[in-house]
Design a protein around this ligand. Sequence first.
Ligand SMILES: [Zn+2]
Length: 199
Amino acid sequence: MIAKIPTSKPTVYLTFDDGPGKYTKDIVAILDEHDVKGGFFWIGQNVKTERDSKLARQMLANGHIIGTHTMYHEKLWKKPKDVQIQIIRTSTEYISQKIGAPIYYFRPPYGAVDQNTLLASKETNQILAYWNVDSLDWKYGDKPDLIMNNIAREVKPGSIILMHEKEHTVQLLPKIIKLLKDKGYGIAPLPTPKPAKKA
Ligand SMILES: [Zn+2]
């Protein structure tokens, strides 16, 4: 499980949960315009049409990362390990097939993890992508200053920043990128692991 990425450089990672949805395109457009990359944790049942697949291919080509966030946004903890493995594997296989690319990262809904989640992510070869900065955009939709202050206060080199595909997050995103850049941070995509050798 990772919540930050050890780095000697002042680099941070922007992540967006719960897509794809009506704001995905806008978020990607803003990131592309600022030449920064994002990590997107998609819910399987939201990935439906050829349009989603096409957008995904475009995002991957531009250097963004797509990970999974289960099929139905299910809580994992307290479920038996086999069930957790199944939940991770089903969504990973489904989304991977839809986007035509392998998936390396998994994010647990609600951050609800237990020991079995760690084991399950290992067995499914998924990196469990946690975070160490919660933007609180899910909580403070009407209080953008609190979101900005919270990010400004919590961010450190290597931070993985949790955000969501929400309208107010789209509106704030250029300011968030500027805040991070002004603090001297580079914004990078979650690193793609080298492919494991086939057994
Ligand atoms: Zn979520």
